[in-house]
Design a protein around this ligand. Structure first.
Ligand SMILES: [Zn+2]
Length: 349
C-alpha cells in the first residue's frame, strides 16, 4: 500500500480532523467521525446521516473493542442531541467496518443494512477461523512461498483473528444491492457494488449532494487492499477491483469522496487514474521479475513492497502479491505451476 502523490487531489477541509467522539459536518446532513484502530493504519472514518423522523443513520461501525465503544458513547452523549439511531449501514464485512454492528443495532434496537454476500461472509468469519489465519491460511501462504517458520507459526496461531474484532454479527439484516436507492432522511443514496476488496462492497452515492461514501474502494493516499485469500484460492480480485473503480468514473469529476481512511477529497477521476497507474506499475514489475526467473508470491514481496513489513502487513502483502500474479496469469502473460519444493511459481509465457 505505497503512498501516492496526492497533489492532484483537493481536500476541502484541509488538515481538519474530527476529534475522537466528535463529528464534523462534511455536507448537508452528513457528518464525519473517526475511530481509532490498533494497526499501522490507525483510524477509520465513519459517517452519520440525518435520517427519517429526526433520527440518524450510522455508516460503518469500527472494530469491537473498548476504545471504539467509548468513542461511540461520547458521540451519543455529545453529538446526537436527542436523536435516536434509526439504522446501521455497513459498506462491507471487514472488521473495522462491521465490528460493532451487533452492539450498535442492539443498543438502538435498529436494523443492520448490508450486502447479502458481506453479511453472510461476516457471519461465517465471526463463527469460524476462515480467511484471516489458522491452518488453512498458513498452508495457502506456504503454497505461495511464505515458508518462514516464524511467519507460519504466527499465521497458524492467529485462528481467532476476525472474531476477536467481530465477536458476533446481527442474525437479521436488510439487504443492500447494486442499483438500489436507499432513502435516508429524504435523500436518495444509490448503492454502487464493487468487487475485489470484499465479496460485495457497497459504496453509497448521493447525486443531489454530489457525495460518494466510497468505503474502502477508493482511498486518497493508500491503495485499497486487493488480496487472494485461502477461501477462494484461484480468485482474480485485481481484475474485479480495476473494473469496479473504472465504473466509478461515471460519477461527476467534482464528487466529494468520503473514504474510510484518510480525508474527504475531490478528485475522484484523478485518484482512479493514479490507482490504475499504480497497479499497472506493480504488474509490470511482477512480470519483469517473473521473466528473469519464475517467482512465487513470497519472492515477489521485495519487488512489490520496498519496505519492511510486520506480520499483519506481510499477510496483506502476500494476498496482494498473489492477486497481481493471478491477474497476469488470467491475461495469459504468466503461467503458475508448483515446483519440486511444492511452492507455486509463475513463469512468463
Ligand atoms: Zn475493507
Amino acid at each position: 500500500m505505497p503512498r501516492a502523490d496526492d497533489s492532484a487531489l483537493h481536500y476541502p477541509l484541509g488538515a481538519t480532523l474530527p476529534a475522537t467522539g466528535r463529528t464534523l459536518d462534511v455536507a448537508p446532513g452528513v457528518r464525519w467521525l473517526r475511530m481509532p484502530l490498533p494497526f499501522a493504519l490507525d483510524h477509520i472514518n465513519l459517517w452519520l446521516l440525518d435520517d427519517d423522523d429526526a433520527g440518524v443513520a450510522i455508516v460503518d461501525c469500527g472494530i469491537a473493542n473498548d476504545a471504539t465503544r467509548a468513542a461511540w458513547e461520547q458521540v451519543f452523549e455529545h453529538e446526537l442531541h436527542g436523536q435516536p439511531v434509526r439504522r446501521v449501514l455497513v459498506t462491507h464485512m471487514h472488521p473495522d467496518h462491521v465490528g460493532l454492528a451487533h452492539w450498535l443495532t442492539e443498543r438502538w434496537d435498529c436494523r443492520l443494512w448490508m450486502s447479502a454476500s458481506d453479511w453472510s461472509a461476516a457471519r461465517l468469519a465471526s463463527q469460524s477461523t476462515t480467511g484471516y489465519g489458522g491452518e488453512s491460511a498458513a498452508r495457502f501462504f506456504a503454497l505461495h512461498g511464505l515458508v518462514d517458520e516464524q511467519a507460519q507459526a504466527k499465521v497458524r496461531a492467529r485462528s481467532n483473528y476476525y472474531a476477536s474484532m467481530v465477536p458476533t454479527v446481527p442474525t437479521r439484516y436488510r439487504r443492500l444491492m447494486a442499483g438500489m436507492n436507499v432513502t435516508v432522511g429524504g435523500h436518495a443514496w444509490r448503492c454502487i457494488a464493487g468487487w475485489g476488496h470484499a465479496p460485495e462492497h457497497i459504496a453509497l452515492y448521493n447525486e443531489a449532494l454530489g457525495v460518494l461514501i466510497s468505503g474502502d474502494m477508493v482511498l486518497p493516499r493508500i491503495s485499497t487492499n486487493v488480496s487472494v485469500i485461502d477461501l477462494e484460492p484461484e480468485a482474480n480480485p485485481l481484475e474485479l477491483y480495476l473494473a469496479s473503480i473504472a465504473r466509478l468514473r461515471e460519477l461527476p469529476a467534482d464528487t466529494l469522496v468520503l473514504p474510510s481512511h484518510g480525508r474527504p477529497f475531490v478528485g475522484l477521476h484523478e485518484r482512479i487514474d493514479q490507482l490504475v497507474a499504480h497497479h499497472d506499475a506493480r504488474l509490470a514489475e511482477a512480470l519483469a521479475a517473473c521473466r528473469a526467473r519464475p517467482c512465487s508470491a513470497a519472492e515477489l514481496l521485495p519487488v512489490l513492497f520496498q519496505r519492511a513489513l510486520d506480520l499483519h502487513q506481510t499477510t496483506f502483502a502476500m494476498g496482494e502479491s498473489i492477486a497481481h500474479l493471478h491477474l497476469l496469469a488470467a491475461r495469459g502473460a504468466l503461467r503458475g505451476a508448483p515446483g519440486a519444493d511444492g511452492v507455486m511459481r509463475f513463469a512468463a509465457v
